[in-house]
Design a binder for this molecule. Sequence first.
Ligand code: PGA
Length: 243
Amino acid sequence: MPSIIAGNWKMNGSLAAAGGYADALKAAESRALLIICPPFPLLAPMAASFEGSGIALGAQDCHARVSGAHTGDVSAALIREAGATHVILGHSERRADHGESNAIVAAKVAAALGAGLIPIVCVGESEAERDAGEAEEVVKTQLRHSLPENFAGLIAYEPVWAIGTGRTPSAADITAMHAAIRDALTGQFPASGPATPILYGGSVKPENAAVLLALPQVGGALVGGASLKAADFLAIAASAPSV
Ligand code: PGA
């Protein structure tokens, strides 16, 4: 399976810059599957830019309900209609800034699946939890409660303390955590768990991508800051191991 390199633009980007970014990605050859996750207003124009390119588009959140009185929220169906195929759910910034519990994340994942979107579900421990030796237990609990019974999609392991900090876990720690996630997924979902892609996220950059992407059970990367420049994002994608 080719590596999956997803870019999470967070609350960055602009209509003015999106076209040039899309053109740069389209002009490059990539053996990885690229997924760009810009803010909502950029989904439809970027979907038009990426049409026929094989580059996928994702949102960064969706609401758990199909429609209704939820000011400021966006439904999974509208995200799909705007041309996205994927949606990041349960990112630690959503869990922290918007109080998203595992149960809320699970409801959003179910809504995404119902609308035909592929969820990218984020899990990861805080620094205090890692220091206390609880990292694996925290992540396993998140997996157990953030994924509905019919889950199908991707998992992103993102240690909260590695996001935007320039710090990454050791290769041994990433390898151990991805193995633990694989075990948990296989237990929860005997049919799909063994093949569910598990991305690593947290300070992935062109300089460290080759090492991170070559680790066992690392099926790709979820990239924040380094996804904002097309050249950096493409350099990360070019570091993916050939299949
Ligand atoms: P970062 O963010 O690459 O800037 O650390 C990753 C993420 O939050 O998805």
